[in-house]
Design a protein around this ligand. Sequence first.
Ligand SMILES: Nc1ncnc2c1ncn2[C@@H]1O[C@H](COP(=O)(O)OP(=O)(O)O)[C@@H](O)[C@H]1O
Ligand SMILES: [Mg+2]
Length: 416
Amino acid sequence: MASQLDAKHLIGLLLGAEEDWPRAFEQLLARLGPIRTADGVSHDVTVERLTIEPFDLRQDVHPDLVIDRLAYWYYHPREWLKKAALVNGTYLLNSPFTFQSMEKHSAYCAMLRLGLKVPETVLVPYKHPVDNARWAYTAAKYNQPFDLDAIAEKLGYPLYMKPFDGGGWRGVSRVRNRDELHRAYDDSGEMLMHLQESIEGYDVFARSLTVGAETMVMNFRPELPMHDRYAVSHDFLTPETGSEVLAISRLINAFFRWEFNSCEVLVRGTEVHPIDYANACPDIAVTSLHYYFPWAISALLKWSLFCTITGRRPRLDLETANYFEIADSDRSYSEKLTDYAALAEKYFQTDRYQDFCASALPNLDDVVRDWVASPDFDALLVDTVRATYPQAEHDRFLAHFRGLLRLWEKDNAGLG
Ligand SMILES: Nc1ncnc2c1ncn2[C@@H]1O[C@H](COP(=O)(O)OP(=O)(O)O)[C@@H](O)[C@H]1O
Ligand SMILES: [Mg+2]
């Protein structure tokens, strides 16, 4: 094919301590080879791990798209990403401009405004003084005394106290009575806390992982150890509730322009209560996702390729008015969800994404299947297990994960 029809693209990875999924991503991309789009162009896509170094604000950014796993705690790469977004128009998963609001609090507020069933939630002021010279004067003059017990009584016990910007269960307490309430608040120190009504006796904890236009809703068991939290189960929600959970995930992700995110809902009877909806750096370790890992890597690969190859532009304007127009109408809850879904699918260009996958990546499912069955994948699993668990547990965990991945292979044989 004539070389003028060839296009080159670069995907950058900003990584912390993870090795498993980046290696998976690199291996799959190499196995996939050049990608031919319907217009006859052959696309050569490479991936590179980015390093951290001084940068000139006017300097070019080479990757077309960056998958970021660092900026939520490491500010130098975060500032580099902001520059890439503003100066260079680089496509970012996720953009710091969206995850500045990527905490529970913003998500709760948006979901309330959109009419979703967020449990009753109250934000209380800091327990300890904020480290700022102006604190004493400001607090003395303007901080209102408040009755913590009265707030808790109104929410009812048990309740949850958790940081407004939480993640990874940091600072989360289940509070059963007054004593526990005061202890938890005293311990909160400089964390800003929500008190939240508990959804007691829920039937299902559903955790959804979204990568661009794809979402997987999984049955999550938070009380179990990490490697057992995701159950391999397919019909754990009724079709109606399953589509409601899916619609809520996609709505919130589209609303905030979060394209790589995990969300949690508690389902009690037919009611779906969202509790945790903002995670800029969702856990996709093979040791957590096991059976769902091939799906997650495929989705990440497909969405990255879709964005780079079709030249999808980052869109940071939230266009909240479009959503609020639906929220403010007299439509029913389920009519609203349907109308939100249309906005979400428009944002994610779901039809275009599916056409792209069908025409430009027809062999991707086969590539993923061959790779999961290959020695490369097994070596990745062995290395990850060795790096994650104490030696005495290696055999047990390897057998556990190999078994789950064999199950994935069996369930996915001959599809696509
Ligand atoms: N309102 C609630 N009702 C019942 N359980 C809750 C509620 N809020 C939190 N939890 C429990 O606490 C865990 C941690 O809370 P979550 O909001 O998910 O914080 P994090 O961001 O740290 O994961 C949840 O996985 C769930 O098991
Ligand atoms: Mg959570």
